[in-house]
Write a protein that binds this ligand. Structure first.
Ligand code: ASP
Ligand code: MG
Length: 400
């Protein structure tokens, strides 16, 4: 019998009415003769509320207890959804991560799935049950309850689909993946399909529809993933392996806000001096994104790098330490930057993408501060005030 994993996020199960609506949509697939596994997140903002409560007790709550606490959100929603399905006259059973045999390892609140034994789950499917599994949680070797990191229900869903060798349907509050975030660019087009690689770049670059880990897992196990609006009535976007025919130069554009750029001038040019800067940054757990260095001029170089605006305080600390022992060094911090990235697997064997981006920027007089590239993306850091103009001109230039 055909199987499917359906996943509903927090907003889609945010109220009892919504849970009842999900039950009806699940039953619709059941009526089509499918074996259905449903993965759900905690209702609405439940996880946030639980974390807030813990923070009222301690700034650094015990992480084992944190897992015991935040896993309860999903435990509520699975039970309620199972009841709602039964109320409609269908068999349903809820399983927590532990009951579904989802084995994990790692640090509490940041576990990764190592293995899922689907025997029990399949036994229920064979007996015609809809199996409702708690997302975001599992059990480690010591038998402790664990969680998979924020947004981890996507990963649970794709991992289950991988083990059950079926497709995974992610139902959410957007109706698919767009070439550009429609809130930023209204004329953005919905993509029918997107490759795993492109989706991974898009999610890690800021298009937060789907957890990056889940897409990676989908790619590794070749799980077709569909992202669609939670009513299930509008066609969504398929994430899967694409053949060459479908490759375009640029598939999508993503915007990431809250970027800082730091420029350190007058560094006496010696590899050790550069290395020391990045060592201190690493020691302070600052995650660096873009980096550039000027060619030496009179024995001096400048180094610029970008990082998340949340790291501002730590960055200043690092720069003070660094410049303390280096006489001429000066630094500037550019705030309120954004990063715009253009993504497309077609870039790998197409030239001219960067040329077209530079052209769009020059025609529209948009200044950029940094550029980096990967095999399938080009990213630019620029002033937030130029965001709309930049997005519009690039979307037009690449017909997004
Ligand atoms: N409830 C968890 C969270 O809010 C997991 C998820 O929603 O995917 O992060
Ligand atoms: Mg999510």
């Amino acid at each position: 019998m055909e199987r499917v994993v359906m996943k509903y996020g927090g907003t889609s199960v945010g109220t009892i009415e919504k849970i009842k609506a999900v039950a009806r949509r699940v039953i619709k697939q059941k009526k089509q003769g499918k074996n259905v596994v449903v993965v759900v997140s905690a209702m609405g903002k439940t996880t946030d509320k639980l974390i807030k409560m813990a923070k009222q007790i301690s700034n650094v709550p015990n992480s084992r207890e944190m897992d015991v606490l935040i896993s309860t959100g999903e435990q509520q929603s699975i039970a309620l959804l199972s009841m709602a399905i039964e109320e409609e006259g269908y068999k349903a059973i809820s399983l927590t991560g532990f009951q579904a045999d989802i084995k994990t390892k790692g640090a509490h609140t940041k576990n990764v799935i190592t293995e899922i034994n689907t025997q029990k789950l399949e036994k229920y499917l064979d007996q015609d049950y809809v199996v409702v599994v708690a997302g975001f949680q599992g059990i480690n070797e010591s038998g402790e309850i664990t969680t998979l990191g924020r947004g981890g229900s996507d990963t649970t869903a794709v991992a289950l689909a991988a083990m059950l060798k079926c497709s995974c349907e992610i139902y959410t509050d957007v109706d698919g993946i767009y070439t550009v975030d429609p809130r930023v660019y209204q004329k953005a087009k919905k993509l029918e399909t997107i490759s795993y690689e492109e989706m991974m770049e898009m999610s890690s670059l800021g298009a937060g529809v789907l957890e990056t880990r889940a897409v990676q897992l989908g790619k590794n196990y070749n799980v077709p993933i569909m992202v669609a609006f939670n009513t299930g009535e509008i066609a969504g976007t398929y994430i899967r392996e694409l053949d060459n025919m479908e490759e375009k130069g640029v598939t999508g554009l993503s915007v990431c806000e809250g970027i800082l750029m730091i420029t350190v001038d007058n560094i006496y040019y010696k590899p050790q001096n550069i290395s020391r800067l990045f060592e201190i940054l690493a020691e302070n757990h600052i995650n660096i994104d873009m980096i550039s260095q000027t060619a030496p001029k009179k024995g001096m170089v400048s180094v610029s790098f970008t990082c998340n605006a949340d790291d501002r305080f730590n960055v200043e600390k690092v720069l003070t330490t660094y410049s303390a022992n280096m006489n001429d060094v000066e630094y500037t911090i550019d705030e309120d930057l954004i990063k715009i990235s253009l993504v497309g697997v077609g870039m790998m064997n197409q030239s001219g993408v960067a040329a077209n981006i530079f052209k769009a920027f020059s025609e529209n007089n948009i200044e950029f501060k940094q550029v980096t590239t990967s095999e399938i993306s080009v990213s630019y850091a620029l002033n937030k005030s130029d965001m709309l103009r930049a997005v519009n001109s690039l979307a037009r230039a690449f017909n997004l």
